[in-house]
Design a protein around this ligand. Structure first.
Ligand code: IVH
Length: 671
């Protein structure tokens, strides 16, 4: 081949290989196999070996630079690389929106929303269309020159592609900013390989990507798969007017941008996008912990200015973390109001999904054994929505030999009576002592709780104080409490004693369902209590019902039926009812409720703004509906609020349950 022929062939090969790269990384198309592409690269590299003077920096053979570098050079950024402020809720997004509208003196704004990638920011400098430099974020003002390393990343074009209308970008200096990420699958493969070679596994894809880009040996970087996803163009006299336009041009220039990014016209639209992606984000190849929301109009974005390290015109909306790691300080056994002994992990406090978690349930003895959770272990703790935090698994590799196995005690930690295995559920141990102090205070606390009798001021600590002072022994005694007696206790002042006494007296004729729930019968949740109240209408009728009669109530299974019948057969319980009656405490007969939600079963997921879960449940019931706590085949409607956990939505999607948002729910219940 003559030199002239080689020159032509080289140019063609380069073009074809770049086209292959572009289609593969940016358009997600594969026109030829990896093997065929490699073979083209091989031919190119042989020709370049023959005619080294024909090698140009934008040749695909130049992606793997040669020797390791002695160190990195610091490079100042032409324009500071900013960070973003975080918003964790709809309300925080709303106040951000209000703020910028005020600053810009506008009452309507358009937003550009994208997934926030969990990687490291990188600035790529192109001079006359050629990649000349790659710089890390550093402190925002000065970064490190990692050009040799970024050149190995295939999704970064070494040369900008010609665009139809933006040819000016190909002359002079064009800076493209984006995120370098490691894909989850590649991270897992890398760790498997490391483990096979007895090397310590890496912690997560972000740290691994960041560590990789700061390697002095570009060969090593080339061996670890990294991707670049662009999000910004920095240029003097930039012609793009919107961020949407920037993404379009970036694609034309040969960059991969997130295809799901989108323009939103309102906070509600942003929020639906956020909610949709909260679920779907697991399916993305890289990790994300939220969204980036920017004012779409670039001029307005600039005009909003900068506050501290972040632009005012953009914000990161963060999904609440649902998992964290922490240490198990101890494993204790908690006795519930029905006597069930539950092992509970006492944790070093850790913040998950916005609240501090110090305890996590371990469910039962079998679970602790199965998961091999030991005292002293570092564990992963999961907390979803309003569900009690639970220990997912111990990180066995972090053990140092000082961990201790847990053994279930054979006596109740509180009353010291023997614990017994319950007949049907062999995993659960129970304290069968009806006078066990733990059971008693929990029963009284449950009786007074918001969903039951709703006696304000009779929470855990006050119940314990009243019991300790021998002022009460059970729920019925509560009604005999005198204000002066309460006021004598350390925990109370005159006003709080008066309030509590008044709150107690105000709750002497509760709704039947609340009363049934408040009795704390095993397996009776709020909805079952409502079903029972609706069916039997009075407590007298309920107390006489046989297992058979109970089983025929819709929604009541055999276990529940037996539990109810058993409760009303125990002399101790009948005595409590008689004592309550003596104290003038008796539930009202149930009303028949009916309304637009008759025969409709509704589940609420996430939080509703301006309405507690209990209020939403009450509303549903007041209109004749059934409030369910989980999605099942019989669920009719799922109300989707804010900060939604994944399980209910996933289940609803699987079985095709109708979903409505808070606005639609309010419309429905306003009828
Ligand atoms: S736009 C002011 N879009 O998040 C910077 N940034 O916390 C706004 N990031 O340093 C840049 N995904 O590295 C933008 N789709 C995305 C992003 C994104 C991840 C990073 C970026 C920035 C950090 C700010």
């Amino acid at each position: 081949m003559t030199r002239a022929q080689a020159e032509k062939r080289i140019a063609k090969l380069k073009e074809l290989i770049e086209d292959y790269r572009y289609r593969y990384h940016v358009l997600d198309e594969s026109i030829i196999s990896d093997e065929a592409a490699d073979s083209l690269k091989h031919e190119l590299s042989q020709l370049e070996d023959q005619y080294p003077d024909l090698i140009t920096p934008d040749s695909p053979t130049q992606r793997v630079a040669g020797r390791p570098l002695p160190g990195f050079t610091s490079v100042p950024h032409k324009q500071r690389m900013l960070s973003l402020n975080d918003a964790f809720s709809y309300d925080e997004l709303a106040s951000w929106q209000e703020r910028i509208k005020k600053i810009l003196n506008l009452n309507k704004l358009e937003y550009f929303v994208d997934i926030k990638m969990d990687g490291l920011a990188c600035a790529l400098i192109y001079e006359d269309g050629q990649l000349t430099q790659g710089i890390t974020r550093g402190d925002g003002y000065v970064g490190e020159d990692v050009t040799a390393n970024v050149r190995t990343i295939e999704s970064i074009p070494l040369k900008l592609r010609k665009t139809k209308n933006q040819s000016s970008l190909l002359s002079g200096r064009t800076e493209v900013r984006g995120e370098i990420v490691m894909y989850k699958a590649d991270f897992l493969k890398l760790n498997e390989k490391r483990q096979a070679q007895a090397q310590a596994p890496f912690a997560n894809p972000r740290n691994t990507a960041a560590g990789t880009i700061r390697q002095l040996d570009p060969q090593l970087v080339a061996g670890r798969k990294l991707y670049f996803r662009a999000y910004d163009i920095i240029r003097d006299n930039n012609p793009q007017t919107t961020n949407e336009d920037v993404y379009r041009v970036l694609r034309e220039l040969g960059f991969l941008v997130n295809p799901m990014s989108k323009v939103c016209n309102s906070l509600d639209q942003i929020y639906s996008f956020a909610e949709a992606w909260q679920e779907k984000r697991q399916t993305l190849p890289f990790n994300t912990d939220g969204l980036v929301i920017k004012i779409n109009d670039r001029r307005l974005y600039q005009a909003a200015g900068i506050a501290g390290k972040a632009p005012r015109g953009a914000i990161a909306y963060k999904y609440a973390a649902e998992e964290a790691t922490t240490k198990v300080k101890d494993i204790i056994v908690s006795i519930g109001r029905t006597g069930t002994a539950t092992p509970v992990a006492v944790l070093e406090p850790v913040v998950i999904a916005g609240s501090t978690v110090q305890m996590a349930t371990l469910h039962n003895e079998n679970e602790v054994r199965k998961k091999d959770i030991r005292i002293g272990d570092t564990v992963i703790v999961h907390k979803a929505g309003d569900i009690i935090p639970e220990v997912v698994e111990p990180l066995v590799k972090l053990r140092d030999g000082n961990e201790r196995k847990f053994t279930m005690p054979i006596i109740c930690p509180d009353c010291k009576k023997p614990l017994t295995k319950y007949k049907k559920e062999d995993a659960a141990w129970r304290c069968l002592n009806n006078s066990c102090p733990s059971r008693i205070w929990k029963q009284i606390e449950h009786y007074a709780s918001k969903e039951a009798l709703d006696i304000e001021g009779l929470g855990e600590k006050n119940v314990i104080a009243l019991l300790d002072a021998n002022l009460i022994d059970d729920q019925a005694d509560v009604y005999k409490l005198k204000e002066v007696e309460i006021a004598k206790l350390d925990r109370f002042a005159e006003v709080s004693a008066h309030k509590l006494a008044a709150a107690i007296q105000a709750k002497k004729s509760p709704e039947l369902s609340r009363f049934i729930y408040g009795l704390g019968i095993r397996h009776i949740g709020i909805q079952t209590a409502i079903d029972l109240a609706q069916h039997f209408k009075t407590i007298e009728e309920l107390s006489k019902a046989t297992v058979d009669q109970l089983s025929r109530v819709e929604g009541i299974g055999e276990v529940v039926a037996e539990s109810v019948a058993e409760w009303f057969s125990e002399p101790r319980n009948l005595k409590l009812l008689a004592k309550l009656k003596d104290n003038d405490v008796w539930p009202k007969a149930a009303r028949i409720t009916s309304g637009p939600l008759n025969n409709t079963k509704v589940v609420v997921t996430g939080s509703l703004s301006g309405m507690s879960r209990e209020e939403a449940a009450e509303k549903i019931r007041a209109l004749g509906g059934t409030f369910q706590t989980s999605v099942g085949n019989d669920t009719d409607i799922l109300v989707v609020g804010e900060n939604v956990g994944s399980s209910k939505l996933k289940r609803a999607n699987e079985i095709g349950v109708k979903q409505i948002n808070q606005k639609q729910f309010l419309e429905l219940t306003a009828k």
